[in-house]
Design a protein around this ligand. Structure first.
Ligand SMILES: Cc1cc2nc3c(=O)[nH]c(=O)nc-3n(C[C@H](O)[C@H](O)[C@H](O)COP(=O)(O)O)c2cc1C
Length: 369
């Protein structure tokens, strides 16, 4: 019965919902998706149907990491739900954890629109949002409600520096992060410090080792109540990336989320007047290289949360075999719809069995060791 419902949902998304959404400009389609999710959350029958259709759990996928329980390794990546408005849909879809935001200390209007372009040929998207969000004072209520009212769902706040002239100064930028972290205390399960949004007013100051050290020194004073993951930049040379890991290792950081948007847009035929950086399949290769390198050098120190271009269970499996203990999905959800979550989980079980493994934890890093 459930499999049949899922089959229908897959077709319905592919031929009706996606066709319709992809016929609209991506900014409008994104707003429609959030509006629909907000509305659907108020209708218990729809939420029951979502949970029923998407439910797929297996003890072989559950792990205890970062002092938290993850019922499966599949997470929702930062950026789609900037104000934590559709968290119950995300939890109902069967994700074990969800990053909401990125959220900043103050309200952010974002960059001039359009924020999004589709790169359909590459199963990718061009992102130029620039951290639009209501600000932590307002969003923290949504996070807290989600934290209080969901079971077995790890609520993650992705926190960034306000994208304006004031926070462009390093000291102000640090205050900005510290304020947001303190506001979230005991209202979320995992803190994601986003140092790598490439679409901001003054770039990414905290992807410089010395400045990162200053930021994390300040964050250490306010992060004792929850584990911390650092959202890493993608476009770094291997040794530069490693230097950032070394800085993080000196601080209260337990995980690395690898990684953020891709800046290199050469030879892809992207029109010059389309601004932004790349999400989706085009980020996969570089992410997998960095995950592998980080597992090799820092696998004993950090839990790795891997993302970038995950569209199938095999994509997720490869990332975990490279060294990621958990994975996240952003673009794949938009291209494939909500069934991507049970499809990945079910596919992971098939892949584990095929390769003779008994539990998901056994595959972490096997291709890197
Ligand atoms: C629409 C959209 C908005 C995003 N905004 C953010 C953001 O605010 N903060 C962040 O850390 N990452 C953001 N990202 C990056 C994703 O979290 C992820 O790192 C990247 O897209 C690679 O994953 P994917 O290939 O599954 O999309 C965004 C991605 C998308 C698609």
């Amino acid at each position: 019965m459930r499999t049949f419902f899922r089959f229908i949902s897959r077709l319905f998304y592919r031929y009706i919902v996606k066709s319709y959404l992809f016929s609209k400009p991506p900014d409008q389609a994104h707003n429609m998706m959030i509006d629909f999710g907000r509305w659907a959350q108020k209708i218990p029958f729809l939420m029951f149907l979502l949970r029923f259709t998407m439910k797929y759990e297996n003890k072989k996928l559950a792990q205890n990491l970062l002092d938290l329980h993850f019922k499966n390794p599949v997470g929702f990546a930062a950026g789609i739900d900037k104000n934590a408005e559709i968290g119950y849909c995300i939890a109902g879809d069967g994700f074990s954890f969800g990053s909401f935001g990125s959220i900043t200390a103050r309200y952010g209007a974002g960059n001039p629109k359009p924020w999004y372009h589709r790169l359909e040929k590459y199963n990718s998207l061009l992102i130029y949002a620039g951290l639009p969000n209501w600000g932590i004072d307002k969003i923290v209520d949504n996070l807290e409600k989600l934290y209080d009212n969901t079971k077995n769902f790890v609520v993650v706040a992705s926190l960034a520096r306000t994208n304006d002239a004031k926070a462009a100064d390093d000291a102000e930028g640090i205050k900005d992060y510290v304020y947001s972290i303190a506001k979230c205390q005991d209202k979320i399960s995992l803190i994601e410090i986003n140092i790598s949004c490439p679409n901001t007013f003054k770039g990414e100051p905290f992807t410089d080792p010395e400045r990162l050290d200053k930021l994390l020194t300040a964050c250490d004073k306010v992060t004792s109540w929850a584990p911390v993951t650092l959202k890493m930049p993608l476009d770094k040379k291997p040794d530069e990336f490693d230097e950032l890991c070394a800085v993080a290792a000196k601080h209260n950081v337990q995980a690395l989320t690898i990684g953020n948007l891709r800046k290199d847009r050469n030879n892809l035929g992207i029109p010059d007047n389309w601004q932004g950086n790349i999400a989706g399949k085009l980020t996969e290769k570089q992410n997998n290289i960095l995950i592998s390198q980080t597992y090799k050098n820092w696998g004993d120190r950090f839990v790795i949360i891997g993302l970038g271009g995950i569209f199938t269970s095999l994509d997720a499996y490869k990332k975990m075999r490279a060294g990621a203990s958990l994975i996240q999905v952003a673009s794949g959800l938009m291209y494939k719809g909500p069934t991507i979550v049970p499809d990945i989980k079910k596919g992971l079980i098939t892949l584990l069995q095929k390769d003779g493994f008994n539990h998901i934890s056994e595959i972490i890093g096997v291709d890197t060791k």
